[in-house]
Design a protein around this ligand. Sequence first.
Ligand code: MN
Length: 729
Amino acid sequence: MIDDIYTIDLLIQKILTDDKQYDLSKIITAYEFADKAHMGQTRSSGEPYIVHPLAVGYILLELGMDTDTICAAMLHDVVEDTPVTLDEVRKRFGQDVAMLVDGVTKLNKVPMFNKEEQQAENVRKMMLAMSQDIRVIIIKLCDRLHNMRTLSFRPGHKQRNTALETMHIYAPIAHRLGIRAVKDELEDLAFHYLDPYAYSEIEHIIDIKKGEREEFISTIKERIANRLRIEEFESPPYIEGRVKSIYAIYKKIFINNKTIDEVYDKYAVRIIVTTVGECYNVLGIMHDMFRPLPNRFKDYISTPKPNMYQSLHTTVLGRERIPFEVQIRSWDMHYTAEYGIAAHWKYKEGIQGKDKMEQRLAWVRQVIEAQQTSDDVEEIVRIIKNDIALEDIVVMTPKGDSITLPTDSTPIDFAYKIHSQIGHNTVGAKVDGKMVPLDYKLQTGQIVEILTSKEDKAPNRDWINIVKTNEAKSKMRSWFKKERREENIITGKAELEKEFKRFRIDVPEEHLPEFLSDDLKKHNCSTIEDFYASVGYGGITLSKIMTRLRDSYIKKYGDEAEKIESTNIIKPKHDVNRKSGIVLDNIDDVLVKFSQCCNPLPGDEIVGFITRGHGISVHTQNCTNYKSAMAKGNNLERWVGVEWTNNVRASMRTGIKVIANDRVGLMYDISAILADAKIPINHSSSRILKSGNAIFEASINISGKEQLNNLFERLKKVKDVISVDKAGL
Ligand code: MN
């Protein structure tokens, strides 16, 4: 479909051959209206603009969305890009279509992937639009899908940003909404732009293996079909060979450190039947026909995945002892797996769509709720990334009810998931009958029992830093907000004073309301006490606003601030800045930043530079900036001695750059070494240089110079590698 040109005729044809009832004339009117409005406009590809709304409408038709959604797809860019107003759309097509167009237009307003803060702001808007009518986000996802399909016509820097945004925001949302087809395609397209080299390598290997694979799968399918023919079914089972997406294969290799053979030769067959009973029946037959591999059976029918995915999975040995996976599911489950929330429109009568829709919307509401107890906009992006993208775990209550939680959840998360009061009253926890500490990380399949105090008690403030779920965090925050105002004010005030001291801000107390007036307004605080209280329960995160406060302090109190700074610096004191793992020579507890120019790592000889108002920036002693400052004699008094503490716990981020002769398998050899050394990769990319050599760049977390040197030694030994260096992030 991707290469075809989208026309209204194509759409009409699709509508007429669909089982679903559509208001064809309304859709055609919407098309004609949009066509006229966009007349004369073109896409970056040179095609008339109307091709884009038509394509988005077509994708939505494939998902089975309703008439109003298709009309809104036709009209989704007219308010933004043409003189047409929302009122006109409302008059011509009704309130529903207008609301959908408005929702999509609002989402388009702020480009999402520039500053993290702005990104968060837009995600917040997206969540709100979603909670209003989930169709808005489904249109937006399809809009993004077509824009990704035609991304090659956009300039290079836009490609990368759009691809990043797609990978980090849109694909995870499609995943949580269960729209698998859209999610897979978004990921593959984004991956193609983010790491073209790895993409084409996987593509190439799949191509080589295609023949073998198809032959194996078709033999297996035939054997299964013959065997199932002698059983009774409501209607004949449907058997298909399963194809993994390129990005899924990449993830397996990169994250699970598998070779391409291990991943790709894991053949898979899917069997679709009518009833749940038939699913288990087929499972029995499969285990009778082929030898099942131990511990590979997963029953996602009795325990669905968090995005409501249901199926039976088992891995069995075929002829020639080649293992393959069998997935067994009913048609209902299949629709849910493929179309997710969109199945509600596509198969409205067929399934209990309403309940599933409610469950999915519950997630949207939960995210919005978490936002309301937190003013920290960046947290919202984290929520999307964590709550959606992480694989979840499923644990049990002693009664056998299953509870789904994100990976790394603690017994406290579990307690709050059951009930707020149980969370507050938690005094201990047992996992599989044994006592565990409250920061214990739960694993799938464990039975968790929460021990509670008989009388209502207060949650422990430290728990906020231990728990994984936003649900637990926001429940605790709202408890503190409500129950402990006096205490919050005291805690908040003390915290503010500490931060002010650290940032060398000295504002007389009577001037504070004026000094903080913007922040009071922004957080709906009518008094300074309200502000303290919010800081106290965690609604306002001071570290997020300190740099800005410091700037406005310098602006307002100018000279005085400079004076205070210089007197602080000569204070003779040894102190350990625990957070950054550095011993500071002669400096009070101040902010420490690692400079981007030389990326110091534990083990490097370092030196500190006292910045004006932003603490100390740390450089390596052979940093060119440091050397030239020494040579020129600039600001000599601001360079100070610093050294690493003995036990640096935190790992640090650095960049590496590998240049090599291009060959198949190179990327895997490099990534295998990183995986083997258990070095986390924040992001990586590779491309072919003009010279024909391949370059691989990655941002990694490393514990120190020694680990980095070891890594370099190992990477240099990889066949065809020419050089390995540190690189900018
Ligand atoms: Mn669009």
